[in-house]
Design a protein around this ligand. Structure first.
Ligand code: GNR
Ligand code: NI
Length: 168
């Protein structure tokens, strides 16, 4: 089921998400809904707080249009290692139509549980590494607007206020 994506400045985007106790069928349905919502948007990642669920889960698919889909589900993720630096022009489904250059680590090592409840470790670089860091931030209530200059932050705030007033 496609869920509604919350937009800045919804206060639910600022809450710190809680660990998942056990990977149950309910969690698997949530992960499915998140994937469906991400593909529908469309976006290359989605964190549970973006649909108003304060749990530590995110989904990512960085495959391009001409590649087969590559859905990854991360439950209770932990970033174990961050290395190097890279800058991407990032978007966020909670800031529709905005994009900003954000500095991130070039490579990340992440540990998480999969939908089978089993732990896995993944080393990623490029866009996948960026997406993992972006989604992990959502679980901490951190948003891309927090990572830009004061001037850009004000511009982003203004654009989002205007959008909210327009009833978008
Ligand atoms: O769809 C998305 N694209 C994107 C592009 C560059 C860096 C990060 C992202 S994540 C974003 C979807 C989203 O808001 N996830 O939280
Ligand atoms: Ni986002």
């Amino acid at each position: 089921m496609v869920r509604e994506i919350l937009e800045y400045p919804d206060p639910r985007l600022r809450e710190v998400a809680k660990p998942v106790d056990e990977v149950t069928d309910e969690i698997r349905v949530l992960a499915e809904d998140m994937a469906e919502t991400m593909y529908d948007a469309p976006g290359c990642g989605l964190a549970a707080p973006q649909i108003g669920v304060g749990k530590r889960i995110f989904v990512i698919d960085t495959a391009t249009d001409d590649e087969p889909s590559d859905l990854r589900v991360f439950i209770n993720p932990e970033l174990l290692e961050l290395e190097g630096e890279q800058t991407w022009s990032e978007g966020c489904l909670s800031f529709p139509e905005l994009s900003e250059d954000i500095d991130r680590a070039e490579k990340v090592k992440v540990r998480a549980l999969g939908v089978d409840g089993k732990p896995f470790v993944l080393e990623a670089d490029g866009l996948l590494a960026v997406a993992i860091q972006h989604e992990n931030d959502h679980l901490e209530g951190v948003l891309m607007i927090d990572k830009v200059s004061v001037l850009k932050r004000k511009l982003m705030q203004r654009k989002m206020e205007k959008r909210a007033r327009a009833g978008a």
